[in-house]
Design a protein around this ligand. Sequence first.
Ligand code: SAH
Length: 220
Amino acid sequence: MSARGASGGLTATRARARMVERLREQGIRDERVLTAMGQIPRHQFVQEALASRAYEDTALPLGCQQTISQPFVVARMAELLGAGRELGKTLEIGTGCGYQAAVLSLVANEVYTVERIRSLLDTAKANLRPLRLPNVRMKYADGSVGLTEAAPFDSIIVAAASASVPRAWTDQLAVGGRLAMPLGGNAVQTLLLIERQASGALKETRYDAVRFVPLLTGIE
Ligand code: SAH
């Protein structure tokens, strides 16, 4: 067993169960999401020095000035996307370390995830490989234009903040599809849910205040 595996084991399983209890207390109700969060080993997605903090309800640094999203926010976004329906074909913009993609893979049919920083995508691939999740596809690309080749999507989840909603994202939303994203500038943003209705119109609902790294363009 690797050092990481050894430091995981029972301690990690207990810490994860406590994290799920905390998510319930914080108001997460979707059992599919809670089960998924209880299964994915978050400690295997953070740098080894931070593994002991993996189940705290906090964002943690990933390197490249990026952060792994706070468990509550991952759960909240997945719950909003899934409320009353299946997540279906899902696009994640901002793979980071791959944690959220792993959680989504347990609640969505298919997950496409795009990341603009090559070294992070490589790390995410290495993190996801041992979990053998057959329905996750990863792409090195600028997600601010969505992912035309696989559109339309039933769900789009954005892990980086943008001051406006790129047209490409709503264009790539199927009828009945939902987009969850942090809307706003650098300091603090609002969690925004957009739903494409049968008429084609877009319905917007605003939720919690959140804090994400900014959406950038181009690749590096
Ligand atoms: N979902 C991730 C959180 C990653 S943080 C996790 O579970 O760890 C947000 C990520 O969005 C960063 O890795 C950042 O590089 C990426 N990002 C920012 N702008 C992007 C863009 N235009 N296209 C793709 N990824 C982007």
